[in-house]
Design a protein around this ligand. Structure first.
Ligand code: SF4
Ligand code: SF4
Length: 496
């Protein structure tokens, strides 16, 4: 068979592949054509984004500090933190539902810079420590915790340190490892894993025109910058939607497919379920929760007082000294200086919350998996545990968006939207995410062949897990109820 005949044969297989044949959406085809036609212009977008991000991080440092009368319209420091935390962060997360990881493939300047560095770099093999599934989890935890001790949501210098530091690491990893790849994006980016997990909920997927059986494979050779073997692609997680493998007229490669949101999770057993992702959801939800609760819970202040007294009583006065400004927030001009006690307490509290959420979610998930087994659920306990872990994806995602998007809600409030309307919006989003988590859990159990009655019973621990996490987020998202604070103050007064 000559090359032409082979090509024809491939084309026939491709056009009879069910998934590909069922592609009806003209919109999807238009998207493919658009990205294919303009792929050479991506560099302009990356460069513009790079310049814009650098400007928003560096220029505010040379402008005046905000005062009582400052707003985002007359103070560049406030505008910069609002753009990062009020617009960029919630939008990037929400966008994975509607457009997958389009941020990564089309807009992110950090991933593009890492790949550019790779082009001129040493191209050494990617080491095992970088490929380890725990590396992006550690990266996320470190950045989230450092973000709190530096007060990254309010301090522009902290933003520069966190984003600038991760940019330097992305460049370094790009310079050293991989051959025309983005080892940083696949293995180490603190945001990449988060976007990857939540992209599984999304309604857009790039699927193989000629799918090969056997599930996902890691491929250091080939077109894909994130090491996906495109014909074996089964999961959305690592696909940054760079559209390099999409050529509308070709019989091979990937095509744009719209799907029901959450369908990858309900059918997670054919989409490369991964235990590291499940632990990440449990750990990440807790650490993000801790990052908000320490700011608002009066109990945290009491605990801080007690721990501080303990150190002082033992003659360890250094605990009251300010630490280095690259490790904690030291801004005397803004009346904000953390000392070693703050540093230890913030980290300790966040780790405690992480432990709490992990224990709650893992226990509930384990009970669900055990119950599923009792009602004819197939596979082993471990596999059922991994699959059912994904039921918590929507609640984890919404809580992080609402929590981190607090700046957006604050600005909407300033713009005149009433507090109660904003709270109803948050409650609705939160309730919808719990309902979605329950629905996903139900369908995952169905795929595990659990009987109808069994599904309803095995769902209960999962629902309890979601409710406990929602309850824990309550004060972080809606603020501590005034009467509770009042009660607490009265209680302290009585005690003293
Ligand atoms: S994985 Fe991280 S660095 Fe890479 S493109 Fe996505 S957000 Fe940017
Ligand atoms: S699978 Fe295709 S679109 Fe996705 S990251 Fe790889 S090359 Fe880019």
């Amino acid at each position: 068979m000559n090359a032409n005949q082979q090509l024809k044969k491939i084309a026939v297989i491709a056009h009879t592949s069910n998934d590909y044949k069922n592609r009806k959406s003209r919109f999807a085809q238009a998207i493919e054509r658009f990205f294919y036609r303009h792929k050479n212009k991506l560099i302009i977008i990356h460069l513009s984004m790079f310049i814009f991000f650098m400007m928003m991080m560096v220029i505010p440092l040379f402008t005046s500090l905000p005062d009582e009368s400052s707003t985002i319209w007359n103070n560049l420091r406030l505008l910069s933190t609002f753009l990062f935390w009020g617009i960029w962060f919630p939008l990037v997360f929400a966008s994975v539902i509607f457009a997958g990881r389009i941020w990564c493939g089309v807009l992110c300047p950090m991933g593009a810079a890492s790949e550019w560095a790779n082009k001129i770099g040493f191209k050494r093999p990617i080491p095992a420590w970088l490929k380890w599934e725990g590396t992006p989890i550690l990266s996320f935890l470190l950045v989230t915790i450092l973000g709190q001790t530096l007060d990254v949501r309010d301090q522009n210098s902290a933003m520069l340190e966190i984003f600038g530091g991760t940019l330097i690491l992305a460049l370094l990893i790009g310079l050293l490892f991989g051959r025309h790849k983005r080892a940083w994006c696949r293995h180490a980016c603190p945001i990449g894993l988060l976007l990857g997990v939540f992209s599984r909920l999304g309604m857009v997927q790039l699927a193989a025109k000629i799918p090969h059986a056997g599930g996902d494979r890691y491929a250091e050779r080939g077109t894909c910058p994130t090491m996906i073997d495109i014909n074996h692609k089964a999961e959305s997680r690592h696909c940054i939607q760079c559209f390099r493998c999409v050529k509308p007229t070709s019989p091979g490669g990937l095509f744009v497919r719209f799907r029901k949101p959450g369908s990858e999770i309900t059918d997670i057993r054919t989409h490369n379920a991964n235990i590291a992702e499940v632990w990440f959801m449990f750990l990440g939800t807790g650490v993000a929760l801790g990052g908000f609760l320490w700011l608002i819970l009066p109990q945290y202040q009491t605990l801080r007082q007690l721990v501080g007294n303990w150190f002082i009583n033992h003659g360890w006065y250094w605990i009251g000294n300010a630490g280095p400004s690259w490790l904690m927030s030291v801004h005397p001009a803004q009346n904000q200086t953390y000392n070693w006690l703050d540093f230890i307490m913030i980290i300790g509290f966040m780790l405690l919350c992480m432990l709490f959420s992990t224990i709650v979610l893992a226990t509930m998930n384990a009970v669900s998996s055990w119950l599923a087994g009792k009602f004819n659920g197939d596979k082993t306990f471990k596999l059922r545990f991994v699959e059912l872990g994904y039921q918590f994806a929507p609640i984890a995602m919404i809580s992080i968006i609402i929590g981190l998007g607090d700046q957006l809600f604050q600005q909407l409030k300033i713009a005149g939207i009433s507090t109660s309307s904003l709270e109803y919006t948050k409650i609705t989003l939160f309730a919808a995410s719990i309902a979605w988590s329950i629905l996903l859990g139900y369908h995952i159990l169905k795929k595990q062949n659990v009987s109808k009655k069994g599904r309803l019973i095995a769902l209960i621990p999962g629902v309890l897990g979601s409710v406990v996490i929602a309850a824990a987020w309550w004060p972080a998202i809606f603020g501590v109820h005034f009467s509770m604070l009042e009660y607490y103050r009265t209680h302290l007064t009585v005690m003293s």
